[in-house]
Design a protein around this ligand. Structure first.
Ligand SMILES: [Zn+2]
Length: 343
């Protein structure tokens, strides 16, 4: 039988084990490379996030280097360090510890090679201790990125980010209601149940007071569980209660470069109007996200008006009392002072 020499592992392999005739890579190496590449991309993205937030400290840099080395030796075994369990990690580490040398898949000067190292070159114990936390962090940062990209793409496609005739708000409401309907139902239930405790016979319950006491939980759920915004860059402050259905709050968000890039991309793909500006979209997107809360407030008001047998076409509105925006190349900060009330 004819053989070929794999370019990556340097082994003679039967021709039928080659991925394709031109590639001269064996199937085993090909699988390893796929895992390695995928993880490298995720790790690179995580590094970008840390740099964005000035969190790429020497300690973290070192830990990430450990993860990269793990990726090299685990991928060679066709094990995915960002997916497998801690038990599996421990098992592999024990196996590595029994060997004299360890083979490692390296991406070197634009191509993949296999290198063999003395076992002591790797700090296996430290690897075992580091992977758990970093696996979580790397996977979480990648999930947020993908979720945000998907979100602005859907909203961009459906509304072209147009505020005219409430197009943007309508599509956002649709998204909030349907994208994770379970999470949305939980938020609605939390509000309905909570407000009930503020109910007094014969009166509309003190909805404002409930919002005052729970605004952090309420809006962080809306923004970071239902919508894909980052909890570390959002803040709510200065809650004010005016009347039973009349409530004020200040919102702040800092879009990072990765999110700005995703929005820019969605504008390019979906907006025919060349005048659509990144700044404007950042600002209106955030404002209309806040306004989606009226979806629940409307139902709440109607529910109690019905109990009180008051026939009125009541609904809730969100007014902007003050707003601000700061723009640089790397980030975009939006600020809104909001007044919510019945109408
Ligand atoms: Zn090979």
């Amino acid at each position: 039988m004819e053989n070929f020499k794999c370019k990556v592992c340097d082994k003679d392999k039967p021709l039928e084990d080659s991925v394709s005739l031109e590639s001269q890579i064996c199937v085993t190496c090909f699988t390893s490379i796929q895992i390695h590449k995928r993880n490298l991309k995720k790790i690179e993205f995580y590094k970008d996030v840390l740099k964005e937030e000035n969190q790429h400290t020497p300690i973290r840099k070192n830990k990430i280097k450990i993860i990269e080395k793990m990726n090299d030796i685990f991928s060679f075994q066709r094990a995915d360090i960002l997916q497998i369990s801690q038990n599996d990690v421990n098992y592999y580490i024990e196996e590595f510890a029994k060997q004299k040398t360890i083979r490692s898949l390296r991406f070197w000067k634009g191509k993949y090679i296999v290198r063999e190292y003395e076992k002591d070159y790797f700090d296996l114990d430290r690897m075992k201790r580091t992977i758990g936390t970093y696996k979580r962090k790397i996977n979480a940062s990648n999930r947020t990125k993908i979720k945000f990209k998907r979100f602005v793409n859907i909203i961009g496609r459906e509304s072209q980010f147009k505020v005219l005739k409430n197009m943007l708000l309508t599509k956002l409401i649709e998204f909030v209601k349907t994208d994770d309907s379970e999470e949305f139902a939980k938020l609605k239930q939390f509000i309905f149940k909570g407000v009930e405790e503020y109910y007094e016979e014969g009166l509309i319950p003190n909805i404002s007071l409930f919002f005052h006491d729970n605004y952090e939980r309420l809006f962080s759920t809306l923004f970071t569980k239902i919508l894909p915004f980052d909890i570390r860059r959002i803040s709510f402050s200065y809650p004010r209660v005016n009347s039973r259905t009349d409530f004020g709050l200040t919102f702040f968000y800092r879009y990072n470069a990765i999110e700005l890039h995703a929005i820019e991309d969605a504008i390019k793909r979906h907006c025919n109007d060349k005048k659509t500006k990144l700044n404007q979209v950042c600002k209106f997107l955030f404002l209309n996200n806040i306004k989606t809360i009226t979806l629940i407030l409307d139902d709440l008001l109607l529910h109690y008006y019905k109990i009180l047998k008051i026939h009125s076409s009541v609904r809730s509105i969100v007014n902007v009392l003050n707003s601000n925006q700061k723009t640089t190349k790397r980030y975009n900060e939006v600020y809104y002072k909001i007044h919510m009330r019945e109408w």
